[in-house]
Design a protein around this ligand. Structure first.
Ligand code: FES
Ligand code: FES
Length: 155
């Protein structure tokens, strides 16, 4: 299958990659760029573990062809916080919103997009926004609290 040259900006860094037309962004991130914080959960768009930000919007990288995001900005969990934890990550830790951690990168990136769009979400708005991110461990209460408190602490 013929490969295509694509150029992405991933976590602020320019990347040139040769990809097959059917290659998924999730696999490019994990296998070619070694950004394994993006998780492979269901692979069919149902769990949200593979969420990344594409031009600031939360998207499922397991349903995104790499060629379709040529020229775009991608942010993965490795791209937030710099040398310190992002305040959202701090809030998740403080509120015990992480157990096995598998859902956490996607949940954090979805939260980042939420707080950019709506800095003061209600509990209902938080639950609605994160509805595509499935957590099998926490029961969501601690996650919702971490997001709400993070907002109050100016994440
Ligand atoms: S791995 Fe993408 S939604 Fe589950
Ligand atoms: S902390 Fe385990 S799936 Fe969310």
């Amino acid at each position: 299958m013929k490969e295509h040259l694509i150029e992405l900006t991933v976590n602020g860094k320019g990347r040139r990659l040769r990809v097959k037309p059917n290659e998924l962004l999730l696999n490019v991130l994990r296998n070619d760029l070694n950004l394994t914080g993006t998780k492979y959960g269901c692979g069919i768009g149902e769990c949200g573990a593979c969420t990344v930000l594409i031009e600031g919007r939360p998207m499922l990288s397991c349903l995104t062809l790499a060629v379709s995001v040529d020229g775009q900005n991608i942010t993965t969990i490795e791209g937030i916080g710099g040398t310190k934890l992002d305040p959202i990550q701090e809030s998740f830790l403080e509120h015990g919103a992480v157990q096995c951690g598998f859902c956490t990168p996607g949940m954090i990136l979805t939260t980042k997009a939420l707080l950019e769009e709506n800095p003061s979400p209600t509990e209902d708005e938080i639950r609605e926004y994160i509805r595509g991110n499935i957590c099998r461990c926490t029961g969501y209460t601690s996650i919702v609290k971490a997001i709400a408190e993070c907002n109050r602490e100016k994440c």
